[in-house]
Design a protein around this ligand. Structure first.
Ligand SMILES: CC(C)(COP(=O)(O)OP(=O)(O)OC[C@H]1O[C@@H](n2cnc3c(N)ncnc32)[C@H](O)[C@@H]1OP(=O)(O)O)[C@@H](O)C(=O)NCCC(=O)NCCS
Length: 170
């Protein structure tokens, strides 16, 4: 059974692997190896047992709200969000669902839980930078393109195409 629950520090290694694998396979797959490694940042070392690597991963996951999707004891999805931008809009910072679990409603369940938490606190505008892969997903969830595509930085890498999107709750 699928459960959406808050992330705990002890989830860091497993959540880091979901992020590393999904990001590399679906978002960075067209890039040269060198560029992909720069863009993965600390997640390049998701399978390293070194404490320094694991600490950097835990730090990169940190966000005001982090949710995980868990199924049969495995973490299969991670959502980070809740930072406010300069216009005081709430940011959905990142979302990853393991490739083997796509199109089973897990991304939808994570976004619904996240939005519900912030709408209950009075938030009416959400924004995000969607990967090109995720644009249809966010369009299906009420997000709209707010500008053209931009090339953004990801850790030490530059040039990741990204679509700014926002959703206004009515
Ligand atoms: C984007 C992502 C999080 C979606 O997660 P998911 O669990 O597969 O999505 P869901 O099953 O909840 O999809 C809900 C609806 O969104 C739409 N949707 C999802 N993925 C889609 C795709 N690849 N193409 C078109 N529509 C899509 C569909 O309407 C879908 O409903 P349906 O399956 O009944 O048709 C997942 O594909 C992912 O992790 N991608 C790689 C990482 C990424 O790009 N993250 C976004 C960073 S901003």
């Amino acid at each position: 059974m699928l459960a959406i629950r808050p992330y705990h520090q002890r989830d860091a290694a497993r959540a880091g692997m979901v992020i590393a694998d999904t990001y590399a396979a679906f978002n960075l797959n067209q890039m040269a190896v060198e560029q992909r490694e720069l863009m993965l940042g600390p997640f390049l070392h998701a399978r390293s047992a070194e404490e320094l690597h694991q600490r950097a991963i835990a730090a990169a996951i940190r966000a005001p709200t982090v949710l995980v999707a868990e199924e049969a004891g495995n973490i299969v999805g991670v959502l980070r969000g809740g930072r406010m931008d300069e216009l005081r809009r709430t940011v959905l910072q990142s979302l990853f669902v393991s490739g083997s679990h796509h199109r089973r409603g897990i991304g939808r369940a994570l976004v619904k839980e996240f939005e519900g938490e912030y709408v209950a606190r009075g938030v009416t505008v959400f924004k995000l930078l969607a990967t090109m892969h995720a644009v249809p997903f966010y369009l299906a969830h009420g997000y709209r393109k707010s500008t053209g595509v931009r090339n953004i930085r990801s850790f030490d890498g530059v040039g990741l195409p990204s679509q700014p999107m926002k959703k206004v709750i009515k």
